[in-house]
Design a protein around this ligand. Structure first.
Ligand code: PLP
Length: 487
């Protein structure tokens, strides 16, 4: 029984009304005031086009490209578009580039790691080298694939790794070196050319994670920004990923993983014929997969076109500059890095406001930013992913930021009870008991069944006082309290 109160099922309109009511609880996906999670170009009609394309192919199954050549054709077109943008394709040094459409950045990175691992079956305990600024999806890949993760610190000033440190981290068991173009947290581009050179000299693959910025950096360069070489035009780069559900502005569920040539891609495939059913041959993690997201991405990319993306990047960059200027002009804030892509990241000066209170004050004024906790000598910061939809609103940010800074200063930082702060600093994750978590959650206003406090500063302050391993444990416990069935 789906719902004991409605054994007869619900009329379509009523179900949709129910969904709309639930959606009203969400942060606004449109309107240019949400600086994480969503990528909105604010192009009239684009949502409707993507939804129509999605509906056309929602029931098509990517499991078998011979049964559904429509999907194969769309995937091949998307791979070619990504390759052309990222230094590959006919007439380039990466003329033989091949690729796959995956469900997102994490899947692209897991597959890049899996492919590198499986290319070296002679290595019993494979390892990968990534800067600490690399996306957490590399750690997830390492965890899922039982590959050791060797991290290289980033310079607190440049937020980039030193190439000598990357070279020093390479071992005979290293199967992959990765870097970001740009990093998610700070929006800076790693020294890809030098890292790829070091990797190539050691005979190791090099993956560039351009999941976030791969669809904007080429256009930023065309607009005159000094974007360093980061793509397949760089010798030694063996693979690169770009998410279409980020700055290609496609609905969620689409990323592209490119390899310099088919030989490098070969270990990505999984094939299995040793059972009585159909032979399974998958280049990606899912077997059955909907054609919906792929068709929606295809429609989006075809509709916006090169000129469309150039113009969207132009307005995004204008918004980045306006927001960065607002931060420079705010009392007690400073940019963590000068913007070089579509991220604005700032922190507080020594005499500045409490950042977690500031995030709540901004949210109270309708600006949804992303707090980032302090980490390895880097201070806590506020992250803004800027998309084209922000451009028309960007000028409104400065006055609200000034106002929010004043309010955060007046309120002062969250006063965590000293015992709690001490506990956060010293408790070993394995010492966390169910009772302790329930008590903490209740004290912080996190209720079972989806209750979230209006102000997140107490939660963020507590997490910030804890080392990463305890943060992980606390958040797993808190989130699992929320993820309970609705009876
Ligand atoms: C640089 C980078 N890599 C990988 C990812 C993971 O992408 P996804 O959330 O689509 O799995 C992200 C997401 O923000 C990212 O910014």
């Amino acid at each position: 029984m789906i719902d004991e109160n409605r054994p007869d099922g619900m009329p379509a309109e009523q179900v949709l009304a129910e969904i709309r009511e639930l959606r009203a609880l969400d942060r606004p996906t449109h309107g240019g005031r949400l600086f994480a999670y969503v990528y909105d170009p604010a192009v009239p009609g684009l949502d409707a086009l993507a939804a129509a394309a999605y509906a056309e192919s929602a029931h098509v199954n990517g499991l078998d490209p011979t049964a559904f050549p429509s999907l194969l054709a769309m995937e091949n077109t998307l791979v070619a578009a990504a390759a052309r943008l990222l230094g590959g394709g006919p007439g380039t040094t990466a003329a033989d580039v091949v690729g796959s459409v995956t469900s997102g950045g994490t899947e692209s990175l897991i597959l890049a790691v899996k492919t590198a691992r499986d290319a070296r079956p002679d290595i019993a305990a494979p390892r990968i080298v990534v800067p600490t600024s690399a996306h957490a999806a590399f750690a997830k890949a390492a965890h899922y694939l039982r590959v050791e993760l060797d991290t290289v610190p980033v310079d607190p000033g440049t937020l980039r790794p030193a190439v000598a440190d990357v070279a020093a981290a390479l071992r005979p068991e290293t199967v992959l070196v990765a870097c970001s173009a740009p990093s998610y947290a700070h929006g800076v581009v790693d020294p890809v050319e030098q890292i790829a050179e070091v990797a190539a000299a050691a005979g190791v693959r090099c993956h560039v994670d351009a999941c976030f910025g791969g669809w904007t950096l080429p256009y930023l360069r065309r607009l005159g920004l000094p974007v360093p070489p980061f793509d397949l035009s760089v010798p030694g780069v063996t693979s690169i990923s770009v998410d279409l559900h980020k700055y290609a502005y496609a609905p969620k569920g689409v990323s592209v993983l490119l390899h310099r040539d088919p030989h490098l891609r070969a270990p990505q495939y999984f094939a299995y014929a040793d059972w009585p059913g159909y032979t399974m041959i998958n280049p990606v993690i899912s077997s059955t997969r909907s054609g919906g997201p792929i068709a929606a991405a295809y429609a989006t990319v075809r509709h916006l076109g090169d000129d469309g993306y150039l113009e969207l990047t132009r307005s995004t960059w204008a918004a980045v500059c306006t927001l960065a200027e607002a931060v420079r002009g705010a009392d007690g804030l400073r940019l963590v890095a000068e913007p070089e892509s579509t991220v604005v990241c700032f922190t507080a000066t020594e005499t500045g406001p409490d950042l977690f209170m500031l995030v709540d004050e901004l949210a109270a004024r309708g600006w949804h930013t992303q707090p980032q906790l302090s980490y390895a000598g880097l201070p806590p910061s506020v992250h803004l992913t800027v998309t084209a939809a922000v451009a028309p609103r960007a000028a409104e940010f400065g006055p609200d930021l000034a106002d929010a800074v004043a309010a955060a200063r007046a309120a002062g930082p969250v006063g965590l009870p000293p015992q709690l702060r001490a506990l956060a600093g010293t408790l070993a994750p394995e010492e966390l008991t169910g009772d302790l978590v329930a008590g903490l959650a209740a004290g912080l206003g996190l209720g079972p069944g989806g209750g979230l406090p209006e102000r997140m500063a107490p939660v963020n302050t507590l997490l910030d006082a804890a080392p990463p391993a305890l943060r992980e444990r606390l958040l797993v416990e808190f989130v699992s309290l929320l993820q309970r069935p609705t009876w």
